[in-house]
Design a protein around this ligand. Structure first.
Ligand code: NDP
Ligand code: GDR
Length: 327
């Protein structure tokens, strides 16, 4: 039986990865922040089948002690302050967690379990307004937020630990991926939840920022499988993970509202508070390397993804109406 350690296990990707690895027969350990007792609902169905360790990605001593006791075969670093606009408000905290936190977990691994394999959650945000499209492993990085700059540090420190210490450490440069477990602040979930709540009369308007921004949106459940495949390779390498198809925020809105039986033009309002001065306008990935070497391709397309999210949010809104769920 293999053992995996997941930081960020209470997040969207961490919860899907834990599902996937438990299903594969792994012993799964996860890092949870002492303050996150209220935010473990994404992994509540796994309680009893995973082991949780209290700690913080920025606390080297704690990470060393956990890794010494667990002795994992695979470490997945998914923890981060992952919301781009917040990285402008909490710049140092975001840099510490999303950037320096990667050095902390790598250093802890080097000291406690140097034979383990390491996955770093790198991001398409590192490309910024890239000079070429689609973006691949060879595209230059031009980060456009503290979040993206911190991810770039995490990306390069992962490469450096591989080259200097011989660690099996790899980065997956993942483009946006969503699910019914997506945080409410990200645009996909914000839209699908609002469409459901407006349909059931729980809300009337949806304030949004830039409707022209384009992203390459996939399903989180597909992306965690690519993460695992990267760690099963004979040699450590970095991969872009993407669908290769981009859509605008207005495409997203129109598909979601139509699924909920609504005309989005009657409900969406533009609110400058949600516009980003340093916007990343268009990201779309070229995942041909992952297709060739990992045998990976996404199973779910954009419309299926958004329909599934709207259906899930309609269910939650119905429960809320019946008084079985808090908003
Ligand atoms: P989420 O925001 O859903 O999850 C973030 C996780 O990090 C949570 O479990 C959170 O814990 C944890 N965390 C935050 N700060 C700390 C800390 N100081 N110490 C320990 N844990 C901490 O992100 P996703 O699941 O969407 O993304 C996973 C990773 O992939 C992130 O690193 C993200 O930046 C990256 N990424 C995501 C993409 C996407 O489209 N989803 C695309 C590319 C990269 P808590 O529950 O306590 O808040
Ligand atoms: P992103 O995701 O910044 O790409 O980062 P987000 O869903 O927040 O934004 C996507 C695009 O939608 C535009 N947008 C809005 N965004 C939000 N959140 N709220 C709005 O009201 C709104 N209106 C328009 C944004 O301007 C942007 O262009 C996500 C995160 O998961 C990162 O952690 C990850 O690294 C990247 O994806 C890849």
């Amino acid at each position: 039986m293999k053992t995996a350690f997941i930081t960020g296990i209470t997040g969207q990707d961490g919860s899907y990865l834990a599902d996937f690895l438990v299903e594969k027969g792994y012993r799964v350990g996860g890092l949870v922040r002492p303050s996150s007792s209220g935010s473990s609902q994404r992994i509540a169905h796994l309680f009893g089948r995973i082991e949780l360790f209290s700690g913080d990605l920025t606390d080297l001593g704690g990470l060393i002690r956990i890794l010494e006791s667990l002795q994992p075969d695979e470490v997945y670093n998914l923890a981060a302050q992952s919301f781009v606009p917040l990285s402008w408000e909490q710049t140092l905290l975001s840099s510490q967690v999303t950037g320096l936190g990667v050095a902390a977990i790598l250093e802890a691994m080097r000291l406690a379990c140097p034979g383990a394999r390491f996955y770093q959650a790198s991001s398409s945000e590192m490309f910024g307004n890239a000079p070429e499209s689609p973006q691949s492993e060879r595209t230059p990085f031009t980060p456009r937020s503290p979040y993206a700059a911190a991810k770039l540090f995490g990306h390069w420190i992962t490469v450096n630990y591989r080259e200097n210490f011989g660690l099996f450490s790899v980065s997956g440069i993942c483009f946006n991926h969503e699910s019914p477990r997506r945080g409410l602040e990200f645009v996909s979930r914000k839209v699908t939840r609002a469409a459901a709540r407006i349909q059931l009369g729980l809300e009337a308007k949806l304030p949004l920022g830039n409707l022209e921004a384009r992203r390459d949106w996939g399903f989180a459940g597909d992306y965690v499988q690519a993460m695992w495949r990267m760690l099963q390779q004979p040699a450590p390498e970095d991969f872009v993970i993407a669908t290769g198809v981009s859509h605008s925020v207005s495409d997203l809105v129109s598909i979601a509202f139509e699924r909920a039986g609504l005309d989005w033009r009657k409900h969406v309002v533009i609110d400058p508070a949600f516009q980003r001065p340093a916007e990343v306008h268009h990201l779309v990935g070229d995942a041909s390397k992952a297709r060739e070497k990992l045998g990976w391709k996404p199973a779910m397309d954009f419309q299926q993804l958004i329909h599934g999210m709207v259906d899930h949010d309609l269910e939650l809104a119905r429960e809320e109406l019946q008084g079985a769920r808090k908003p």
